[in-house]
Ligand binder design. Structure first.
Ligand SMILES: Nc1ncnc2c1ncn2[C@@H]1O[C@H](COP(=O)(O)OP(=O)(O)O)[C@@H](O)[C@H]1O
Ligand SMILES: [Mg+2]
Length: 228
């Protein structure tokens, strides 16, 4: 493995169900992503994109093959060790924002830093500076129910990057937004990622967003069929 490699998947097989009902969702997927790379994953619905992202994010297991992240081999780890590893190194963004409804936008962005027990004043300052980059300073006191879908998604992305994780995995993060909002949101994320040296992997159907990334991997029917 190259010293710059941050994610290395080696011939991963993921099967749902068993016997007659077995569904091979990842068919020997191998891929290697360098530290600081910004990569998009495209492919038809049902191809296995979310499954691959969840495997890379230690949210889901697999039957055979190897996965190493930050040089650490993960296939033998317990569920608890995997979740500790994930919390320390990986941030997620999903298509539906998953913000906590009873907390304000600012509190939602502060949350990952509180969990790490950073000091309150420092947490607030960091959260505000990221929120500013997403153009949401005038909405910090709003709860998710008082924000538009696009605004919620900006806050969710701010929350994913505020703690400067090594890796951000985003699964169709702009799937519910119009293309202009999507482009602005993703270019801000990629800009912050480049500043912080964050590795970002984004699943998207939007060729405009894929064109903002350094590399696009195409998956069809559980296999990588192309890279460009
Ligand atoms: N928990 C599950 N149990 C059984 N089959 C699943 C499960 N999750 C996904 N699948 C199946 O695996 C295939 C790939 O799903 P997914 O990774 O979500 O595709 P994509 O994100 O590319 O649309 C689909 O055929 C889907 O129905
Ligand atoms: Mg999916």
């Amino acid at each position: 493995m190259e010293p710059n490699t941050i994610i290395n998947a080696d011939t991963i097989e993921k099967i749902y169900g068993s016997g007659r009902n077995a569904l091979r969702v990842l068919r020997g997927v191998s891929l290697s992503i360098d530290r600081g790379e910004i990569v998009s994953i495209m492919g038809p619905s049902g191809a296995g994109k979310s499954t691959l992202l969840n495997v890379m994010g230690c949210l889901d297991g697999f039957q055979s093959g190897g996965l190493s992240i930050l040089g650490r081999e993960l296939s033998g780890l317990s569920v608890e060790d995997l979740s500790n590893f994930r919390n320390r190194h990986i941030g997620f963004v999903f298509q539906l924002h998953n913000l906590l409804p009873d907390f304000t936008a600012l509190e939602n962005v502060m949350m990952p830093l509180f969990i790490r027990r950073d000091g309150r004043a420092e947490v607030r300052a960091k959260a505000l500076s990221v929120i500013e980059r997403f153009g949401m300073l005038d909405r910090i006191a709003h709860r998710p129910g008082e924000l538009s879908g696009g605004e919620c998604q900006r806050i969710a992305v701010a929350r994913a990057i505020v703690g400067k994780p090594d890796i951000i995995l985003a699964d169709e993060p702009t799937g519910s937004l119009d293309s202009r909002n999507s482009q602005v949101l993703m270019s801000t994320l990629f800009e912050l990622g480049r500043e912080n040296g964050t590795t970002i992997v984004v699943v998207t159907h939007d060729a405009g967003i894929a064109s903002l990334t350094g590399r696009t991997i195409t998956i069809v029917d559980g296999s990588i069929v192309g890279e460009q």
